[in-house]
Design a protein around this ligand. Structure first.
Ligand code: NAP
Length: 483
């Protein structure tokens, strides 16, 4: 890996401001999904290390919380600046361990940095209230105080942004964290920690526990009473485990879980805008985002034209190693992900779906998959119920608005939905009827630090980003003063 600053490539865990090995010296390999080659071996920590990290985080959090918000904001701003200054190196690290094209990695880094910047600003605007008292001899106030030390567990698909979206609001609020990154992508997390240290985030405030025994690390975080909040992004299945494990210590939870996003295109849509939106929503990160369109519902009148044009555009996607110039789509993260995508495509074809383009492993081999467009999809197929997490656009046909809304809502998930129409009444009607935390209208990309991100139903709890994001890391204390 050719980095301008090789010291950003770290292989030890980061606890209490120090780079540490596992006590027993264990390591695990991090591999490049584009070619399967070992990049580096990283410290494989266990549950005991989680306890050490919490031991460090508890006193560190107290002094961090006592640091003026203005100082915390300045440190976060420095961290943001360092992330931006080191974009090229961070992008190489991210692409090498995760596979997405360099341009997408750079986009993710800018997106991740925007949360650090935003929440640094928000740190200075945490305000309690003074309320009108119902009694003449009382005065009523609220303080907003940091919740304490929080545990964070993040996925591989956005190895920088998912960390920034959790750690930045937490640190801005005056909390400290113990974070476990995904096993496939620890290097981005460690590089972020290196830059956080350079920015002046004190020892113990941000701890990174790398390791492959996720169940044991997760359990240790959940079981410890000193962890007052868990924030998690990943599958619904693991989110449920963490919620169960946190019940005995009654922790506050933020869960960003799986999705099964519908994308609705009505006859009255601007077709160019809808195709563009579907391409962006479907193929970003090779379809491996929780908000990627998973089910594309297109109304009768434009179904054939939409499918034909989407297939033409999909066939033109340049698949390859994310480090190479001009590549639009990298490999899938691993064999498990690849097999799931293949199984969903095979299942759909066996039940009557037609392949307009793609439909199989890409000639690059490994976990590369062809951008795929399937028509004649129906609700008996796996793709209707489960998140595919791959570059497969399955197109379902509908006749009227009611039918489309019913199908879109017919899922346990409720993260993001997309809607394409030029009819203002329909825009409001359908946006209100969709049981989702996010509705994107006439666009395939909606995410920024300013809008609240999060789901309903089995897609999770809480919101990240926006003016609401910092509240997840604050407790409201009511102070009643007799005078
Ligand atoms: P995952 O298997 O749930 O893994 C996510 C994280 O949880 C990883 O760090 C993983 O560690 C850890 N983990 C696994 N089992 C655990 C356990 N028993 N206890 C504690 N931690 C555990 O999810 P994934 O397949 O990596 O990520 C894809 C999923 O994330 C998709 O469902 C996607 O929709 C969702 N996602 C949601 C959002 C959102 O904002 N809603 C954003 C991105 C992704 P290891 O890596 O070591 O196994």
């Amino acid at each position: 890996m050719k980095l301008k600053d090789p010291s950003l490539l770290r292989s030890k865990a980061y606890i209490n401001g120090e780079w540490v090995d596992a006590v027993d010296g264990r390591v695990f390999g991090v591999h490049n999904p584009a070619n399967g080659k070992l990049i580096i071996e990283v410290a494989d920590l266990n549950a005991d290390a989680v306890t050490h990290a919490i031991d460090a985080a508890v006193p560190a959090q107290k002094s961090w919380a006592a640091t003026p918000a203005k100082t915390r904001a300045m440190i976060l701003r420095r961290w943001h600046d360092l992330v931006i200054e080191n974009t090229d190196d961070l992008a190489i690290i991210l692409t090498t361990e995760m596979g997405k094209p360099l341009a997408e990695s750079k986009g993710e880094i800018a997106y991740g940095a925007s949360f650090i910047d935003w929440f640094g600003e928000e740190a200075r605007r945490v305000c309690g209230d003074v309320m009108e008292s119902p009694q003449v001899d009382k005065r009523l106030l609220t303080f907003k105080q940091p919740i304490g030390v929080f545990g964070a567990i993040t996925p591989w698909n956005f190895p920088i942004a998912m960390i920034a979206r959790k750690v930045a609001p937490g640190l801005a609020a005056g909390c400290a964290c113990v974070l476990k990154p995904a096993e496939q992508t620890p290097l981005s997390a460690l590089a972020l920690a290196e830059l956080a240290t350079r920015a002046g985030i004190p020892p113990g405030v941000m701890n990174i526990v790398t390791g492959i025994d996720a169940p044991a690390i997760g359990k240790a975080l959940c079981a410890d009473d000193r962890i007052r909040k868990m924030t998690f992004t990943g599958s619904t299945e693991v989110g449920r485990i963490l919620m169960r494990q946190s019940a005995s210590t009654v922790k506050k939870m933020s869960l960003e879980l799986g999705g099964n996003a519908p994308l609705l295109v009505f006859n009255d849509a601007n077709l160019d805008v809808a195709i563009e939106g579907a391409m962006l929503s479907k193929y970003r990160n090779a379809g491996q985002t929780c908000v990627c369109a998973n089910r594309i519902f297109v109304q009768d009148g434009i179904y054939d034209e939409f499918a034909k044009r989407l297939a033409e555009k999909s066939a033109a996607i340049n698949v390859g190693d994310g480090l190479d110039d001009g590549v639009d789509q990298g490999p899938l993260i691993d064999q498990q992900g690849y097999k799931k995508v293949l199984a969903h495509v095979d299942d759909a074809i066996s039940k009557g779906a037609k392949v307009l383009t793609g439909g199989k492993s890409h000639k690059m081999g490994g976990t590369f998959f062809e951008p795929t467009v399937l028509t004649d999809m129906d609700s008996s197929m796996k793709m209707f119920r489960e998140e595919t997490f791959g570059p497969v656009a399955g197109i379902f046909r509908f006749t009227d608005e009611e039918e489309a809304i019913k199908a879109a809502n017919d899922t346990e998930f409720g993260l993001a939905a997309y809607l394409f129409t030029e009819n203002t009444s329909r825009l409001f009607r359908v946006s209100e009827a969709l049981e989702y935390g996010i509705v994107a209208v006439n666009t395939g990309i909606f995410s920024s630090e300013v809008g609240p991100f999060g789901g309903v139903k089995n897609s999770g709890l809480g919101r990240e980003g926006s003016k609401y994001g910092i509240d997840e890391f604050l407790e409201i204390k009511f102070v009643c003063i007799g005078i």
